[in-house]
Ligand binder design. Structure first.
Ligand SMILES: [Zn+2]
Length: 252
C-alpha cells in the first residue's frame, strides 16, 4: 500500500505544480452568463468549443455496423480512489494500473466522472446520468468510454456507486479519499457492444481528436442514487453538438 500512496502524493504535487505554472484559464459554467453557449468566447484557449467541427456530445443515430471493430479489452483493477468536487462534477481519481486496449492501442485509465443528465443522446433520447471513463495513451491520445445510467426502481442500487456516494464531497474544491477497494470494472454493462466516433472533450477547452466509445446497453442506478447526485449538480451536461457529417460506427 505504501508505494501507491506515495505515487498518488507525487502525482498530486506534480499536478499542483503544473496548475501553478500554467496560465489561468477563464472560469465557465453550464448555464447563465458563462454557460455552454458562450464557452468559445470566454477564453482564446476555448476556441474549439465554438469553432470546432468535431465536438462532443452528439446524438447517436444512423450508426454503420463495422464488423471489423474488435471488442474493447478492459483491464481494470480495484484500488482506493479519491473523489474530487471540482465545481463542475465529481471526479474519481484512480491509482495507475487500469487500462483498456481499443483498436490495438493501450489507453490508461486516468479518472472517471459523472454528468446529469447524460450528455450523449441516442436517437434524441438522454438517460438520467452518464459516466465518462477518461483514458490516455502513452503518446497522449485520449479515449473516453461512456456509460449511460438510467434510474430503475425495480433493481437494487448500483453497487459501485453505493461504495462511492457516501463519500461525495459537497463543496467545490473538496476531496475525499475512499479507502475501500473500488473497481471501475463493476460499472460496465454485461453487453459490451458499443458505438464509436471521433469527438472532443465536453468541457473547455473542448480539445478535439478524442476517441469516444459509448456502450449500447444502459446501466441502472436507484432513484436515491440519482437524487443524491442531482442535489449537487442540477445540470452538468453540455448540449448536443453538430455532428458535421461525422461517421458513427457500431460494433454489433
Ligand atoms: Zn465528461
Amino acid at each position: 500500500m505504501r508505494f501507491p500512496a506515495l505515487a498518488a502524493f507525487l502525482l498530486c504535487v506534480t499536478a499542483f505544480a503544473n496548475a501553478q505554472s500554467a496560465p489561468q484559464s477563464a472560469p465557465w459554467d453550464y448555464e447563465g452568463k458563462r454557460g455552454a453557449l458562450t464557452w468559445g468566447k470566454l477564453d482564446p484557449a476555448y476556441k474549439a468549443c465554438s469553432d470546432g467541427h468535431e465536438q462532443s456530445p452528439i446524438d447517436i443515430h444512423g450508426a454503420r455496423l463495422n464488423k471489423a471493430l474488435q471488442p474493447i479489452e478492459f483491464h481494470y483493477i480495484g484500488g482506493p480512489v479519491t473523489l474530487e468536487h471540482n465545481g463542475h462534477t465529481i471526479i474519481v481519481h484512480v491509482d495507475p494500473g487500469s487500462y483498456i486496449i481499443a483498436g490495438g492501442v493501450r489507453y490508461d485509465l486516468v479518472q472517471f466522472h459523472f454528468h446529469h443528465p447524460a450528455e450523449e443522446a441516442v436517437k434524441g433520447k438522454l438517460t438520467d446520468m452518464d459516466i465518462h471513463l477518461v483514458h490516455k495513451s502513452a503518446d497522449g491520445k485520449q479515449a473516453v468510454v461512456a456509460i449511460r445510467l438510467a434510474e430503475d426502481r425495480a433493481t437494487p442500487p448500483n453497487a459501485v456507486l453505493a461504495a462511492l456516494w457516501p463519500h461525495l464531497p459537497t463543496k467545490a474544491g473538496d476531496t475525499e479519499k475512499v479507502t475501500e477497494i473500488v473497481n471501475p470494472g463493476g460499472l460496465l454493462p454485461p453487453d459490451r457492444g458499443y458505438w464509436t466516433y471521433v469527438g472532443s472533450l465536453t468541457i473547455p477547452p473542448c480539445t478535439e481528436d478524442v476517441r469516444w466509445f459509448i456502450f449500447e446497453q444502459e446501466v441502472t442506478l436507484s432513484r436515491d442514487q440519482l437524487l443524491a447526485f442531482a442535489a449537487l449538480f442540477k445540470v452538468n451536461s453540455r448540449p448536443l453538438q453538430d455532428p458535421h457529417g461525422r461517421r458513427i460506427e457500431a460494433s454489433e
